[in-house]
Each structure stands twice: as structure tokens, then as C-alpha cells.
Ligand binder design. Structure first.
Ligand code: NAD
Ligand code: MG
Length: 388
């Protein structure tokens, strides 16, 4: 019997996760067909990818980029902006959302609405839109699988556990964190770190936004909220443990005392391949451990005083509603301001905290409300940045 071919839409194709997804697709040409692509910048790279994979549908951010693509690739269908992302996210069996930031929202909601498999790297959309995703899930079954390595590990460790009744057999989820480049620094030392220091991740090579988030531990805070949204488990049943080797990608502790973990050397192509192949495992190996060389795994608690982003995220998770959307939006503004040399590294999390202080608990039940929350949080965060 011929293998059935799954069609794939890859949003954010030119980024770190995007290009690693292409690696996975190149290794399994008979199982997947790339049918839609998008990129925010680097249009020439996008054109090259579209050529290599013979992709009939391409999304870009601006009309100017659309012209470039149309000229370079006659016959290819070009779509633009948010409306374009909506079209792309409904066009394939599997939608890989590797856009960075809140800009990934449209694709996340469209893929779920269209009943496609959503292979989600874009954690910001799920963190912000958790109540809306819950609404969709209450109406019908969805196919949402996480590319984020910790959540992919938990997804694997939860196999066989009963999701109904809120995973009663699960005591807690344990998200591992590398600790980032500043793991061993005190709060006083952290006042003087530079952009170059912050962009230097010890175990992962990633896009700039998530690399900065990893240095503040906001990435882990967002991941706590992401795990709560994905698995329907409250933030107080989710713990963070620092594991500098990034080999144990996360763990699940069951009520009988047993803890399951997923191990591999850090390589995002493994979780990407997992999400594409499910329920099968693809026959391509990434990050397997030999165990013939000595291997030391260490674990320690996070330094919550030096890295207040973590507790801030728990606070937003307990508030619920639009609080996580505010946290994530303010963080995007603060990280961008830091990358533009407008604020110091040590200002990033205080900007988010001060923005969250203004959050008034207004409800979040529609996409329109979510966009207003996002805008309000950004406006307040930008004002705080300007006053620094
Ligand atoms: P990146 O910056 O390398 O790539 C982002 C992609 O999104 C690019 O293709 C860019 O052109 C596109 N893009 C940017 N702004 C856009 C916009 N406004 N509209 C449409 N497209 C836009 O980022 P990345 O590191 O690949 O991360 C992507 C997502 O995956 C993030 O949400 C990140 O948190 C998550 N993630 C990344 C990693 C990793 O190893 N890189 C690991 C786990 C999770
Ligand atoms: Mg992660």
C-alpha cells in the first residue's frame, strides 16, 4: 500500500524553527509535501525555499514583498499580511506555526478552527489566547501538538495518562530550564550584563526574542502558562527545575511517586519531527544519547529572587483571563526595546511587572477583546519604557 502523503503549511519558514522544520521535511520527502509557506522578512530566502520545495502558496507581510515573490515565482499564489496567514493556516493537513510573538495568533486560531493539526512553536499565541482555545476545544476535538521541547517531552511522558478529569493520576509537571546564560549570576551582577551576553545561550541556538526570554527566565514563565493551557493543568501543579545540560527536556510526576522523563541532546528537529509524524515516529534520529561517554545530569531549584519573571508568570497564571496576554505583550515590547538598546537588561522584567500592575481584570472571551488587551498592554509598556 502506498504511504499517504501529508500536506504541510510552514509559517515563519525563514526563522530558527522554520529552517529546522525544512531539515526534517528534506529527510522524509515521501511522507510530507510542503504546500504553503510564509516569512516576515528575508524574502529572498523565502523565494529560495519556495523554489526548492516547489510550493504553490506563499505568504508575506507587505505588498512590496508580495511583488518581489510574484516576479520571482510566476504562477505561485501570493497572500499578504494577517489575512494571508489565515488562508495559509487552513491550507494543509499539518500547520507548523513558527512565527514569533503575538503575530502568530491568527494562524493558531485558524488552524484549530479549520480542524487541522497545529504543530505549535509559537507559544505566545497560546499563552495569550488560552481562554479562546479552551472555547474551541469545548466545542470539538482539536489536534494541537507542541513543538516547544519541554511541552513535547511532557506530551510524550503523558502518553497513556487519562486526560479526562484533568489528569487525576498526575501529581505535577516538571518543566526543565537550562537556566540561560546568567544562571550563576546574583541579582547585583545581573545589573551589568550586555546585549551580547544575553544573546549567548549556553545550550540552544534560537531566534533573538526567545534567546532574550531565556536569559530573563521569562521564557520559562511563558512555558508554565503554555503548559497550563495545553494540558489543562493549573499553574500550581507545574514546577520548574533548572537542569543546565538540557538533556532531560521535562518530566511528569505521577501520584504513585513515579517520574517519567524524555531525554535527548538538545536539537529542535526531534520535537518538530515528533509533531509531524504523530501517531507514528519518523525514521530520522536527532539528538540520540550514546551513553558510552560519561554523562552527568544535574538539577537545582531556580533562583527566584534573581529571576523574578518566573513568579510574575505564575501570578499572571493565577489571575487568568487576559493577564497572561498582558504579560506576554508587555514582554514583547520590553524585549524589543532592549534589543534596540533603549533599556537595560535589568529593566525588561520590571517593565512587564509595572504593566501587569495596570491590568484591570477586564474579561477575555472574544478575539476582538484579546486584540484590545494586547494593544492596551503594549501601549502601557511602551509608555513605561519611554519614561525610563
Ligand atoms: P525567529 O525569529 O528565528 O523566526 C521567526 C519567524 O517568524 C521568521 O520566519 C520571521 O520572518 C517570521 N515573522 C516575524 N514577525 C512576523 C510577523 N509579524 N508576521 C509574520 N511572520 C513573522 O524565531 P524562532 O526562534 O524560530 O521562534 C519562533 C517561535 O518558536 C517563537 O514563538 C519561539 O518562542 C518558539 N520556539 C522557538 C524555539 C527555538 O529553538 N528557536 C524553541 C521553542 C520555541
Ligand atoms: Mg522551550
Amino acid at each position: 500500500m502506498a504511504e499517504s502523503v501529508r500536506s504541510v503549511a510552514l509559517l515563519g519558514a525563514t526563522g530558527s524553527i522554520g529552517t529546522q522544520t525544512l531539515d526534517v521535511l528534506r529527510r522524509s520527502p515521501h511522507q510530507f509535501k510542503l504546500v504553503a509557506l510564509s516569512g516576515g522578512t528575508r524574502t529572498q530566502e523565502l523565494v529560495a525555499i519556495a523554489r526548492e520545495f516547489n510550493v504553490p502558496l506563499v505568504g508575506v507581510l507587505t505588498d512590496a514583498d508580495a511583488k518581489v515573490v510574484a516576479t520571482e515565482l510566476p504562477g505561485v499564489n501570493v497572500v499578504v499580511g494577517d489575512a494571508g496567514l489565515d488562508v495559509l493556516a487552513r491550507s494543509a493537513d499539518v500547520v507548523v506555526n513558527a512565527v514569533v510573538g503575538f503575530a502568530g495568533l491568527t494562524a493558531t486560531l485558524a488552524a484549530l478552527d479549520a480542524g487541522k493539526r497545529l504543530a505549535l512553536a509559537n507559544k505566545e499565541s497560546l499563552v495569550a489566547a488560552a481562554p479562546l482555545v479552551d472555547q474551541v476545544r469545548a466545542q470539538r476535538s482539536t489536534d494541537l501538538v507542541p513543538i516547544d521541547s519541554e511541552h513535547c517531552a511532557i506530551h510524550q511522558c503523558l502518553a497513556g495518562a487519562d486526560a479526562t478529569a484533568g489528569y487525576r493520576s498526575v501529581k505535577r509537571l516538571l518543566l526543565t530550564a537550562s537556566g540561560g546564560p546568567f544562571r550563576t549570576k546574583s541579582a547585583a551582577e545581573l545589573r551589568h550584563v550586555t546585549k551580547a551576553d544575553a544573546l549567548q545561550h549556553p545550550t540552544w541556538a534560537m531566534g533573538p526574542k526567545i534567546t532574550i526570554d531565556s536569559s530573563t527566565l521569562m521564557n520559562k514563565g511563558l512555558e508554565v502558562l503554555e503548559a497550563a493551557a495545553l494540558f489543562g493543568i493549573g499553574v500550581d501543579r507545574i514546577d520548574v527545575v533548572v537542569h543546565p545540560q538540557s538533556i532531560v527536556h521535562s518530566m511528569v510526576e505521577y501520584v504513585d511517586g513515579s517520574t517519567l522523563a524524555q531525554l535527548s541532546h538538545p536539537d529542535m528537529r526531534l520535537p518538530i519531527a515528533y509533531c509531524l509524524g504523530l501517531p507514528e515516529r519518523l525514521d530520522q534520529s536527532w539528538g540520540a544519547i550514546s551513553f558510552t561517554d560519561a554523562l552527568t545530569l544535574t538539577f537545582e531549584p531556580p533562583n527566584r529572587e534573581a529571576f523574578p519573571a518566573l513568579d510574575l508568570a505564575y501570578e499572571a497564571g493565577r489571575l487568568g483571563g487576559a493577564a497572561p496576554a498582558w504579560l506576554s505583550a508587555a514582554n514583547e515590547v520590553a524585549v524589543e526595546a532592549f534589543l534596540q538598546d533603549q533599556i537595560a537588561w535589568s529593566d525588561i522584567v520590571p517593565v512587564v511587572a509595572r504593566t501587569l500592575d495596570v491590568f484591570d481584570g477586564e474579561p477575555l472571551t472574544t478575539v476582538e477583546e484579546l486584540r484590545v488587551h494586547d494593544q492596551n498592554s503594549r501601549r502601557i509598556a511602551a509608555k513605561i519604557v519611554a519614561e525610563l
